[in-house]
Structures are given as structure tokens and as C-alpha cells.
Design a protein around this ligand. Structure first.
Ligand code: RIB
Length: 296
């Protein structure tokens, strides 16, 4: 069984800095790097590195960044269903701070593309469909409708958050917000772990969509039998957290496609996401399935 990832492809321009500038301030950074990124591309690469057949559907520009992205992704074990357009390739300006990051994305070519169902057989072979919100909401909805019609399990990583996702919940089997996105989903500020977990129990009792909240260095929480289950993250030396959430989502999709049960898939994806933060760049540290299993 295979995975379809519908989503964004970006050129990540990463500047390392010790602090963010405040309005009106200019700071000198340390270093700049260019990495292949975009939540869609990252999630697809994470899935493909576990040797699960993975199709990435998206769009880049005909510009130099678009060509670079395609060349790099062709080296991954991926089926690319990526169109090219005159609109510039998506760009993410990433300010990498010692233990975190801040990102501004220009969607560019990601913002406007249609899904060509006939361009790939993947819709007939896949069991899992994964998407996020860095592409147009109309395309997200189209993908979810297609996936549901084909009987696929659908996963949505609601990042960056948009409230329109609430109307799409009937099409979503699993939703994977981080803590901030979950607070946005329920429209309430959550000020403690206790509040977060109570809100997860309430939300899960009210919705058929399965909820997983990614919690950074604390790991991942989900609801089973009306209780919160938390898979702790591994403690590692953090180099760059960019793409850790994407690694989680890609691995979750891939592991569910192997037939693993929900709890096993969350466990493997959490360990894999922990391992991924040890290298600079969203995709550089994404692990193989074998290396994840060695840490479980
Ligand atoms: O989730 C990390 C990703 O967000 C980066 O690769 C960047 O492209 C932005 O889309």
C-alpha cells in the first residue's frame, strides 16, 4: 500500500541568528543556507525514506529554485506528480534561532494548481492521503474529496492554521495540530498541560476525526479509551527543529500504510521526528525506518 502527499514545495532560505530583530532593528546573522523544503515535500520525503511508495502532488515554478527542487527530489525514492508554472517557486524565509525557528512563507506556485487525477495511478493504489494548509484551501478540499471517494484514510496537518479546516472535518480521519494549532482549532487559549489535555478529551468526544497533538520536546499526545496517551520524544542534541512536525506526519502516514495500528504508528513517528532535529535543514535529518526501530 502506498501514500499520497498533496502539498507545498518551497526553497527554504535559512538564516542562523541568536535572536529575532524587533521592529525597526537590523541584526547581523551568522550564516545562510538553501534547503529543499515546503511542508508537502518534507512530509513526502519523510514517508519515502521508510521505503513506502510515496507520490507527491504539488507545483513549482519554471525558475531556478523550481529546477533545483525537482533535481533534489528526483534523488529521493518518490513518485513526483509536480507541475511547473510561470509563477515563482514558493519560498520560506527561515530564521533559525538556537532552539527554535520563525518562518515566513511566500506560497508562489503552491497557491494555485489543480489536481490531475489521471496523471498518476496512485489514487487507485494508495491507502493513505496526507495534506497540509500551505496550498490553496480549494485544492486541499478537492484532494480530501477525491481521497474519500477512493476510500483512503485521510490525514490533515492543519499548518499553517486556517479556520476553514473546521468545515472539512467530515472528510478528515486524522488531524495532527501542534499545541498552538489545536488552541486555534478550538478557539481557546490553553495555558497549561492540564488544560490542553482536558480540551483534547472534550474535542475527541465531540468529533469522529481522530486527534493527535504534537508537543515538541514533550512528544505526542492522542486520546484512546477516553484517556490521554503521550508518547515521549527522545532526548537528543537539537540542531534544527525545522520540519520535525513534517517528519512526524510523513512517518505517521507511511507507518499506517504498512498496516501498523494507530498507537504503533504514532510511536514510530514520534521517535522519528525526535531523531530528525539533529541536522540543519528540514529534510537533512529525516531517518530511515531501520534507524528509528533501533531507537524504539
Ligand atoms: O514545516 C517546515 C516547513 O515550513 C519548511 O520547510 C518551510 O518551507 C515551511 O513550509
Amino acid at each position: 500500500m502506498s501514500v499520497i502527499v498533496l502539498g507545498s514545495l518551497n526553497m527554504d532560505i535559512v538564516m542562523e541568528t541568536n535572536q529575532l530583530p524587533v521592529i525597526g532593528e537590523t541584526l547581523l546573522g551568522d550564516h545562510v543556507d538553501y534547503f529543499i523544503g515546503g511542508k508537502g515535500a518534507n512530509q513526502a520525503v519523510a514517508a519515502a525514506r521508510t521505503n513506502i511508495a510515496t507520490t507527491l502532488i504539488g507545483q513549482v515554478g519554471t525558475d531556478a529554485f523550481g529546477e533545483k527542487i525537482l533535481t533534489a527530489l528526483k534523488r529521493e525514492n518518490l513518485h513526483l506528480q509536480v507541475t511547473q508554472t510561470a509563477t515563482p517557486t514558493g519560498i520560506a524565509a527561515i530564521f533559525k534561532l538556537p532552539n527554535d525557528n520563525a518562518i515566513v512563507v511566500l506560497p508562489g506556485a503552491n497557491a494555485d494548481f489543480a489536481i490531475d487525477v489521471k496523471a498518476t495511478n496512485a489514487w487507485n493504489d494508495a491507502s493513505i492521503f496526507l495534506t497540509q494548509l500551505e496550498i490553496s484551501l480549494a485544492t486541499v478540499q478537492e484532494g480530501l474529496q477525491l481521497a474519500k471517494a477512493k476510500g483512503l484514510t485521510t490525514i490533515v496537518n492543519p499548518a499553517p492554521f486556517h479556520s476553514a479546516i473546521v468545515e472539512m472535518l467530515p472528510l478528515i480521519d486524522i488531524i495532527t495540530p501542534n499545541e498552538t494549532e489545536f488552541a486555534q482549532l478550538i478557539g481557546k487559549e490553553l495555558t497549561s498541560d492540564k488544560e490542553l489535555e482536558a480540551a483534547m478529551l472534550v474535542w475527541s468526544a465531540q468529533h469522529a476525526t481522530r486527534l493527535i497533538v504534537t508537543r515538541g520536546s514533550q512528544g505526542t499526545s492522542f486520546v484512546a479509551d477516553n484517556t490521554i496517551q503521550t508518547v515521549p520524544a527522545l532526548s537528543v542534541a537539537v540542531v534544527d527543529t525545522t520540519g520535525a512536525g513534517d517528519t512526524f506526519n510523513g512517518l505517521l502516514a507511511a507507518e499506517l500504510a504498512t498496516g501498523s495500528n494507530f498507537a504503533q504508528a504514532v510511536h514510530l513517528a514520534t521517535i522519528g521526528a525526535s531523531l530528525s532535529v539533529q541536522k540543519l535543514g528540514a529534510q537533512s535529518g529525516m531517518p530511515s525506518r531501520e534507524s528509528i526501530l533501533q531507537h524504539m
